[in-house]
Every structure is written in structure tokens, then in C-alpha cells.
Design a protein around this ligand. Structure first.
Ligand code: FAS
Ligand code: PHB
Length: 418
């Protein structure tokens, strides 16, 4: 098989990148390990930044999103019974859109089908080679037979557990990681949301999030020990605990119902640098993971696609390699800012088992300052609605606060979050 770009992974990153390249006449093949139904059945992100909506519109897949997406001009943060609203519109002039990742993925698959894009499901044993040659090779097993694609570029869109990242030699990769000592138990239930906007709740009992998919489908999360399994929690136990973590007035009016999906997601912060190795480019979760507290995961993946797709077109069509040469540094500049915001939101809103009273007071003081300071609320709002996709590194005052010290490559290590 031949392709200009081989894409490993048929999640949001791979699908959106393929759609944008195909619309520009670039030939792609997507290799996806899971079945389409499995990919479409994964309940994940729910909030789209303005930049993400723009990219989906540019890809020609925003029709249903425009009809069914719910515009949110703010969200709430709570400290037990205290609630503070972050007014995105007043503070930034922007809003976010509530529209599930599963819907985005379904819209992309439908658009790719209309373009006749090659998406192979059930692919196994993907290997990458000749990444530093003029053309690269992707080999894989499909329907019991070993196959091969010769291509100009490979996009590693295969998520945290994929194979692409490890195709970069370990002594040339630099990994940064924080693992958090808790997870999120998520429930999807066909009941109306308890509030019109999202509530990020901090309480003595731990974090909770009240979100939604539409006016008759709610998505709720509570912080649980990372060892917890969904089957340990009955629906009643979940609703009881959720009520204890939300402001009493909100809890009183909350409607409960059956869980139609229940899962526990681990929380981690992770970045792997660089994002490029020869003809291989890492995109989305293959390169970075953020705790979902800042609603950044899916949106960061889309931002990577924003930087990469035009760069690949310029290189293939005009032999202009500026974009692909700058991709890693440009994407990482924005990735690290979203990494910081997601880490900050997680530290501010989650209770750590071993935290002392000082740490609790620090969290309360942070929330208290948000309630009192428009400047603090504007900082949070700017990050939550999504930082701009800066055109080039030189357009921002700081692309790197300090020149990167030339340190020896560090082995990646999971460091418990202090
Ligand atoms: P994905 O992981 O979505 O897609 C990678 C694809 O590659 C998968 O379909 C996988 O099957 C495939 N693949 C893997 N290895 C392969 C191989 N060797 N060969 C071929 N294919 C392979 N983000 C938010 O913003 N908000 C949230 O609430 C949120 N909740 C999340 C909950 C969970 C449990 C997880 C895991 C993530 C969550 N995220 C959330 C983040 C999530 O939305 C990701 O950021 C988003 O899926 C990133 O998209 P991709 O980069 O395409 O990676
Ligand atoms: C969700 O609706 O799944 C969701 C929303 C916001 C987050 C995380 C998850 O920060």
C-alpha cells in the first residue's frame, strides 16, 4: 500500500488529521486497533474550546455540533456551600461548547466515509521503520495477513498506550510525569442536569464534577481512591456521595437515575518530548496526558492537529518544511501551558489523603481569592476557554520562559504527586 501520510490511531486526533489532509487532497490511511463501535462507545470528553469548534468547522464536520452543541458562557467552582461563577463571556468574550467526544468521533467517521478514506479496524502489531529515510514503512497485521504501507510521513495518533511514542529512541526522549493518588468515578445518567452550567466542586469529602451531554443526559464524576473499581459503587452509593460534595441547595434539587455508563479514569500529567522523530509526528494523547480537571485532553489533541496538518500540506505540496521543522516546539509551547492549568485545577480542587491542615487552607484560600478577584477569575477563564493557537512561536512574549538547560536525558519516572 502507498499513502502520503500513514495515521496510527482512529480516535479524535487521527480522524481529524485525516479529514483535514484528505480535504486538501493528501492521501492518508488510518490504522485503528479497536473496532469502530468500541471507539464510538468510549465516553470521554464533554467540553470543546472555541478553537476546537473552529477546527471542526474547518474540517466540514460542524453541522450537528452547531445544531446540538450547548453554548456555555460560564461555570461554577464551589468550596462546600460557597459557589463562585466564572463568567467566560464577561472575562474573555468567549464561550465553550458542551458536545461529547463520542459525537465528535461519530461526526468524523461519517465524514471520512463520505470521502472514501481508508480506515482499517482490528489492526495489530503495528511497527514503524525507516523513519529517518526519505520514505518510511509501517507494517501491521490485518485480517490475519502481514501488510505494509510506504509513506512520506507517519502521524502517531495512537494515544497513551500506543506504539508510536516508543518508536522514538528512549535516549532521545524526555518524559515528564505526575501520577495522582486518586481517579474519577464517572456516571452517565438519563436525567436533567442539576445546574445549567458545569460545577467543579471542592469539598471536605473530595472533588465532584456536575457536567452534562444535553438537557436529558447528565455526566457526573466524584474523586475516588485510584484502587476503586466501578462495580464497587452502586448507583445509590454514588448519588449519595455526590450529593454530599455539592452545595446543599444544588444537591437538594438534583435528579438521580440509573447509570447507563460507569467507569473509573486514572489521573496523570504526562509529556513526552520531542513530538517529532524524522518522518514521525506524535499527536494528542500519544504525546501528552492531562488530568480532565481542566477539560483540556481532547482540546489539546485538536491543537496539535492544528499545528501539524498545514505543516504536512506545505511540506508535501510545496516542499516547505518550515512547519514540520517547527511543529514540536510550537505545539509544546501550548501543551505546557495547558499542562500547568490542568495541574493547577487538579491541585486546587482535589483533597489529598495525606494532606495536612495547611494544604487544606491553601486550597480554600485559592478558591477564596477567585471569589474576590476578577483578575484571578480572568486568568482561569482565559485558560478554560482555550489559549490562542499562536501562529508562530515568535508571536508570543515568551515561548519558553527560560532557555532550556541542556540537561542529560532523564529516565521517565512516575513521581507521586507531592
Ligand atoms: P485516543 O486515546 O482517544 O485515541 C487513540 C486511538 O489509537 C484509540 O482509538 C486506540 O484504540 C488506538 N490505538 C492505540 N494503540 C494502537 C495501536 N498500537 N495500533 C493501532 N491503533 C492503536 N479529555 C477531556 O478533555 N475531558 C475528559 O473528561 C476526558 N476524560 C477522559 C477519560 C478517559 C478514561 C480517558 C482515557 C481520556 C479522557 N480524556 C478526557 C482525554 C481524551 O478525551 C483524550 O484527550 C482524547 O481521546 C485524545 O484523543 P487521541 O489523541 O485521538 O487519543
Ligand atoms: C465531561 O463532561 O465529561 C467533562 C467536562 C469537563 C471536564 C471533564 C469532563 O473538565
Amino acid at each position: 500500500m502507498q499513502a502520503e501520510v500513514a495515521i496510527i490511531g482512529g480516535g479524535p486526533s487521527g480522524l481529524l488529521l485525516s479529514q483535514l489532509l484528505n480535504r486538501a487532497g493528501i492521501e492518508t490511511v488510518i490504522l485503528e486497533r479497536a473496532s469502530r463501535n468500541h471507539v464510538l462507545g468510549r465516553i470521554r470528553a464533554g467540553v470543546l474550546e472555541a478553537g476546537t469548534v473552529d477546527m471542526l468547522r474547518e474540517a466540514g464536520v460542524s453541522g450537528r455540533l452547531d445544531r446540538e452543541g450547548i453554548l456555555h458562557e460560564g461555570c461554577y467552582l464551589t468550596d462546600n456551600d460557597l459557589m463562585v461563577r466564572i463568567d467566560f463571556r464577561a472575562l474573555t468574550g468567549k464561550h465553550v461548547t458542551v458536545y461529547g467526544q463520542t459525537e465528535v468521533t461519530a461526526d468524523l467517521y461519517m465524514a471520512l466515509d463520505e470521502l472514501g478514506t481508508t480506515v482499517l479496524h482490528g489492526v495489530e502489531d503495528v511497527t514503524l521503520s525507516d523513519l529517518e529515510q526519505p520514505r518510511s514503512v509501517v507494517e501491521f497485521t490485518y485480517e490475519g495477513a502481514r501488510k505494509r504501507i510506504d509513506c512520506l510521513f507517519v502521524a502517531g495518533c495512537d494515544g497513551f498506550h500506543g506504539v508510536s511514542r516508543n518508536a522514538i529512541p528512549g535516549d532521545r526522549r524526555r518524559e515528564f510525569e505526575r501520577t495522582y493518588p486518586f481517579g474519577w468515578l464517572g456516571v452517565l445518567s438519563p436525567v436533567p442536569p442539576c445546574e445549567e452550567e458545569l460545577i467543579y466542586a471542592n469539598s471536605e469529602r473530595g472533588f465532584a464534577l456536575a457536567s452534562m451531554r444535553n438537557q436529558n443526559l447528565s455526566r457526573y464524576y466524584i474523586q475516588v481512591p485510584m484502587s476503586d473499581r466501578p462495580e464497587q459503587w452502586s448507583d445509590d452509593e454514588f448519588w449519595t456521595e455526590l450529593r454530599r460534595r455539592l452545595p446543599s441547595e444544588t444537591a437538594a434539587r438534583m435528579q438521580t437515575g440509573p447509570s447507563i455508563e460507569k467507569s473509573v479514569a486514572p489521573l496523570r500529567s504526562f509529556v513526552s518530548e520531542p513530538l517529532r522523530w524524522g518522518n514521525l509526528f506524535l499527536v494528542g494523547d500519544a504525546a501528552h496526558i492531562v488530568p480532565p480537571t481542566g477539560a483540556k485532553g481532547l482540546n489539546l489533541a485538536v491543537a496539535d492537529v492544528h499545528y501539524l496538518y498545514q505543516a504536512l500540506i506545505d511540506s508535501i505540496r510545496s516542499n516547505d518544511r518550515t512547519g514540520i521543522d517547527n511543529y514540536s516546539e510550537r505545539a509544546l509551547t501550548r501543551i505546557w501551558k495547558a499542562m500547568r492549568f490542568s495541574w493547577q485545577m487538579t491541585m486546587m480542587l482535589h483533597r489529598f489523603e495525606d494532606e495536612d491542615d495547611f494544604a487544606s487552607e491553601m486550597r480554600r484560600a485559592t478558591l477564596g481569592h477567585l471569589a474576590a478577584s476578577e483578575t484571578a477569575r480572568r486568568d482561569l477563564a482565559e485558560n478554560y476557554v482555550g489559549l490562542p493557537f499562536w501562529p508562530t512561536g515568535k508571536d508570543v512574549p515568551w515561548t519558553r520562559p527560560f532557555p532550556r538547560l541542556s540537561r542529560p536525558w532523564r529516565e521517565s519516572r512516575a513521581v507521586p504527586c507531592s
